[in-house]
Structures are given as structure tokens and as C-alpha cells.
Design a protein around this ligand. Structure first.
Ligand SMILES: [Fe+2]
Ligand SMILES: [Fe+2]
Length: 155
């Protein structure tokens, strides 16, 4: 089994414990959506698509499992570190890269490392494109506009 598949299996098991089934569905759609978008963006930018995909799968798991977005990026980075060290799917550098991206993913108005930016942009793609009839959030507008330019899409 690929390590991405193995990680997804673990995350599916965790999400299956969620009581609220609507919220569970949203969690699955969002985590898999961000994972796919992160793969695409990483490939476009010459970064590691597999690690980007894994970061996408893990990035909001803390929020879904605890039904709280309070400091979820920082707490989510700790949770991701625990999971990755338990599953032994990544080496120390890879774990650090993934957890650092999760730690920074809510800081959409600042620019962090290239890999951190992949996860932020993937999150924005999911927020802005999962239902295009929804208005784009002000704090995500500039980032989404840049992404449309990068991927040659009309804003
Ligand atoms: Fe988040
Ligand atoms: Fe997210």
C-alpha cells in the first residue's frame, strides 16, 4: 500500500468516529479536496506532490476531531506530528515539512516557505471552488486571484 493510501486509511478511521454525519461529510470532502489541490499545485511548482497531498489530508483533522477551530493550525501541527511518528510513513525532514505547513496554514495574509504556501493555496482553492456560487472571503481574494493567474483561469 502506498504511504498516502495508508495515511488516508488512518484518517478515514478517525473521521468515521465523528458523530455529526453532515460535518463528517464536509470533513471528507474538504480534506480530500485540499489533498488533491495541493498535489496539483506542488507539481506545478516543482515541489513534492506526495508530501503536499499528505499535508492536505492532515491539515484540518484536529478541527474536525475536536469540533473546534480554536488555534487549530498550531494544535493540528502537533496532532499531525503524533500521527506521522506513530505511522512511521515519513522521515524527520518530511514530517517537519508537513507539520510546518499545517502550523502556518491559517496565516493566509502572510507568505511563508514555498511548501507552506502550497497548503495555504490548496485550502483557498477548496474554499473558493467547492461551491463557486458562494462569495469569496475578503482575506482569500488576493490569494485566489494570484492562483487564477498562475493556472490561467478567469477570476
Ligand atoms: Fe484550517
Ligand atoms: Fe482547511
Amino acid at each position: 500500500m502506498s504511504r498516502l493510501k495508508e495515511l488516508r486509511k488512518y484518517i478515514d478511521d478517525q473521521l468515521s468516529k465523528m458523530q455529526d454525519k453532515d460535518e463528517q461529510r464536509s470533513a471528507i470532502v474538504h480534506l480530500y479536496g485540499v489533498s488533491l489541490a495541493a498535489t496539483m499545485i506542488a507539481k506545478r511548482r516543482g515541489l513534492d506532490p506526495e508530501l503536499a497531498s499528505m499535508a492536505g489530508m492532515l491539515h484540518d483533522l484536529y478541527a474536525y476531531m475536536n469540533a473546534s477551530y480554536d488555534d487549530h493550525a498550531h494544535r493540528g501541527a502537533d496532532l499531525a506530528r503524533d500521527i506521522l511518528s506513530k505511522l512511521k510513513l515519513t522521515d524527520d525532514n518530511e514530517t517537519e515539512l508537513i507539520c510546518c505547513a499545517i502550523y502556518h496554514h491559517d496565516d493566509k495574509l502572510v507568505t511563508d516557505s514555498d511548501f507552506d504556501e502550497v497548503l495555504k493555496d490548496a485550502d483557498v482553492i477548496s474554499h473558493c471552488m467547492n461551491d463557486i456560487s458562494k462569495p469569496i472571503k475578503e482575506k482569500e481574494q488576493a490569494r485566489f486571484e494570484k492562483l487564477c493567474e498562475e493556472f490561467q483561469m478567469l477570476y
